[in-house]
Design a binder for this molecule. Structure first.
Ligand code: ASP
Length: 351
């Protein structure tokens, strides 16, 4: 029987005083870079470089981790997450799946840059075949800064990964005392330490110096309940995001297709809308077998099917609550299985 079924009762409890908060103990930390591993020449300057210090240094800054779990660290990459890419995602997913398939590893924490953490989290949420906790964390201030936020974020992330109540809730993002679900979380401020919000669905829980409170589980299918497999996958299909605006040049849509895009995400205005010329270009794309998803450049709310744009006629897919960056991730994975707009829409309705 799946671990998540065994844990269903624990998952749904808001306060579970009888459940040991740190029953899981063997936690692997996979470092990928980001500001959390960034460094600057002084403690008080805005300028810095991401992905400079290694996993040992990150862990050495938080000796209190030994009170929470047995920790082992690995360096998977060391990049600013603006350079996160499909190749690192495939390596990371393979490593997480391999670790979690062992009896020994009871949870994984991934350190990451804040810029694209929501994309990596959502990607892993769809391809990790385990109910054990997977927690991403990050920081807005580099490791060398005055009041660096990384060490406490790592501490809290390990506390969540070591908490059996985190199992079965999908991939989580723990930053600044908040526990977010991978599907809902988004970065909302370029510099503020409190940058992450889950505007549509709210938090999964909170954590205060490693004391966790869980409110709910994620609403959509994820991890062991998702249909995506990366077995034998060497690369992901190219999917481009096109940002709609007044006076948009529709020939960019044709150019993306000519350059080899297998899928497009329109970051539409309002409810995923686009110019009349763009609709004609999108119709050309879908006719040529390119999958097109309509999302929105608007911060919150869902992009609905057939509202102002006729998806049935255009052959397009509506992204629902997924923002353009996450719609792109799901479309990449969907294209590993099908090009059929109806089947892809069903995946957007499910995940
Ligand atoms: N550019 C950085 C990154 O995503 C920003 C950060 O981590 O806060 O790696």
């Amino acid at each position: 029987m799946k671990l998540h079924r065994l844990l269903a009762a624990a998952m749904l409890s808001t306060v579970a005083a009888s459940i040991p908060a740190h029953a899981a103990k063997d936690i692997s930390i996979l470092a990928t870079g980001g500001t959390i591993a960034g460094s600057a020449d002084t403690q008080t300057q805005a300028g810095y470089t991401s992905g400079q210090v290694g996993v040992e240094t990150l862990l050495a800054a938080v000796p209190q981790l030994k009170d929470l779990a047995d920790i082992s660290g690995e360096q998977v990459a060391n990049v600013g997450s603006q350079d996160m890419n499909d190749a690192i995602w495939l390596d990371l997913a393979e490593r997480v799946n391999t670790l979690l398939a062992t009896k020994k590893t009871e949870g994984v924490v991934i350190t990451h840059g804040t810029d694209t953490i929501e994309e990596t989290a959502y990607f892993l949420n769809l391809v990790i075949d385990s109910d054990k906790p997977v927690v991403l964390t990050a920081a807005m201030r580099p490791s060398t800064a005055l009041s660096a936020d990384g060490p406490l974020n790592i501490y809290n992330a390990v506390a969540v990964a070591a908490d059996i109540r985190a199992a079965g809730r999908g991939v989580l993002v723990v930053v600044n005392d908040d526990i977010h679900g991978a599907r809902a979380v988004t970065k909302t401020n370029t510099t503020d330490v409190q940058t992450f919000l889950s505007p549509e669905r709210g938090l999964i829980g909170t954590t205060l110096y490693g004391k966790n409170t869980f409110y709910r589980g994620p609403y959509r299918a994820h991890t062991s309940g998702a249909e995506f497999s990366l077995k034998g996958v060497k690369e992901l299909p190219r999917v481009d995001i096109l940002y709609m605006h007044a006076n948009f040049s529709a020939d960019i849509i044709d150019a993306a297709v000519a350059n080899g895009a297998k899928g497009l995400v329109i970051a539409g205005v309002g409810n995923g809308n686009m110019t009349t010329d763009s609709q004609a270009a999108v119709a050309r794309a879908t006719k040529a077998g390119v999958a097109v998803v309509r999302s929105s450049r608007v911060f919150s709310g869902a992009t609905g099917r057939n509202v102002e744009t006729d998806d049935d006629t255009l052959g397009t897919v509506a992204s629902g609550e997924l923002n353009p960056a996450k719609a792109r991730v799901l479309l990449q994975l969907a294209l590993l299985k099908t090009k059929d707009a109806g089947k892809i829409q069903a995946m957007f309705d499910k995940y």
